[in-house]
Design a protein around this ligand. Structure first.
Ligand code: DHB
Length: 391
């Protein structure tokens, strides 16, 4: 088999890249270890930046998102007994976020690739990639019991945080020490309940952080800061609701409860590798970087990476121009580090650190006061939350 771009990983980065390349007439094959059902059903985050929403609409995969997603023009920060609204729309000159789950984005992209005759192989095994330092790399894998050999011009490593492709970059040419582990995690639930709030609430409290998000009029997504070693089985539904209510209640919010049908613990890490390319291999999304979930940047960063990679590959195929490919790492890392800073900042401002003194808590409150009452500071939050323009 031969294709132009071999894409390892059918997550947001791999599928969006394949879709964008198809629209410019560049062929690709996407492979993934997971089954289609697994990819379409795994619950992840759910907040799309304006640029992600615009890209989905401009490329014809936004219909369901526009129908079923919820456009939010603001978010709430709860602290010191009060809820403060940040008007994202007003402060970012008309930008907003859309709450639409990541696995629904993946369903839309898969359906579109299939409808466009795209080659997406699920449930593959034994993937290897060779020859990234030459100009005809080869991806080998087993699909439906058959050994396959895929010759390509380029390989896109879109295989998430459990990446295989990043390890193809020789030691000594890549830095992987940009890493931070946080001393807490999020306990996340999905519940059959009506919304507790029209817009998201990010709550700072003496008991730690809590986040009230949503999925639909009848399904809600809520998170609260917990110990990374938390076992979800130790938490009864009553205990979960009491804990969330205790964290948001002091600010005046009342949680609407319902049947909890999913529970999980999300680990908190920041990571970036530099560079994000080597020879004919280009990394995109979580294979190259991870952000803590506060601020919901993960999926959006993956989309931004492949938006740049698609343009760079386009310049190569249209005009044999390698300039954008050579500059890929430099181009995308600017945004990656901005998102790293934003996610770290939101995390640090809102969470309770075990070693925090009363000084630290008062300082956090002062920062939250500034962010919600000083227009220039609110604007920094709004512009970053709704997302920088795609490059
Ligand atoms: C969600 C996740 C986030 O990390 C966030 O900052 C906001 C919302 C969510 O899953 O809904």
């Amino acid at each position: 088999m031969r294709t132009q771009v071999g894409i390892v990983g059918a997550g947001p980065a791999g599928l969006m890249l394949s879709h964008l390349l198809h629209l410019r007439g560049v062929e690709s094959v996407v492979i993934d270890l997971r089954t289609r059902e697994d990819i379409e059903e795994t619950i992840k985050a759910g907040v799309l930046e304006q640029g992600t929403v615009d890209l989905m609409n401009q490329t014809g995969v936004g219909d369901r998102m526009m129908r079923d997603g919820f456009v939010h023009h603001g978010i709430n920060l709860a602290f010191s007994g009060t809820i403060h609204r940040v008007d994202l729309y007003e402060l970012s000159s008309g930008r907003a976020v859309t709450v639409y789950p990541q696995h629904e984005v993946l369903k839309d992209l898969i359906a579109r690739r299939v409808a466009d005759g795209g080659d997406v192989r699920f449930g593959v095994s034994d993937t290897t990639v060779e020859g990234i330092d030459g100009d005809q790399p080869v991806v080998r894998f087993v699909h439906e019991g058959q050994r396959q050999q895929l010759e390509c011009d380029f390989v896109a490593g879109c295989d998430g945080s459990q990446t295989y492709t990043r390890f193809l970059i020789p030691e000594g040419t890549i830095r992987t020490d940009f890493f931070r582990q946080y001393p807490f995690a999020w306990f996340g639930i999905l519940a059959e309940a009506p919304p507790s709030s029209d817009e998201l609430i990010y709550a700072h409290s003496d008991r730690g952080f809590a986040l009230i998000s949503t999925r639909s009029p009848s399904v809600q997504r809520l998170y609260f800061q917990c110990d990374p070693a938390t076992n979800t089985d130790d938490w009864s539904a009553d205990r979960i609701w009491e804990e969330i209510q205790a964290r948001v209640g002091t600010a005046g919010a009342t949680i609407k409860t319902g049947k909890i049908f999913a529970k999980g613990v999300l680990q908190f890490r920041s990571f970036v590798c530099e560079p994000m390319q080597y020879g004919r291999l280009y990394l995109a999304g979580d294979s190259a970087h991870t952000v803590p979930p506060t601020g919901a940047k993960g999926l959006n960063l993956a989309v931004a990476d492949v938006h740049a990679l698609d343009r760079a590959l386009g310049a190569f195929y249209d005009a044999k121009d390698t300039g954008l490919l050579e500059a890929y790492t430099q181009t995308v890392l600017k945004r990656v580090w901005r998102a790293q800073h934003f996610s770290w900042w939101m995390t640090s401002m809102l969470h309770r650190f075990s070693e925090a003194t009363d000084f630290d808590l008062r300082r956090q409150i002062a920062e939250l006061e500034m962010v919600t009452s000083t227009p220039s500071a609110s604007r920094v939050l709004a512009e970053n939350y709704t997302g920088l323009p795609l490059t």
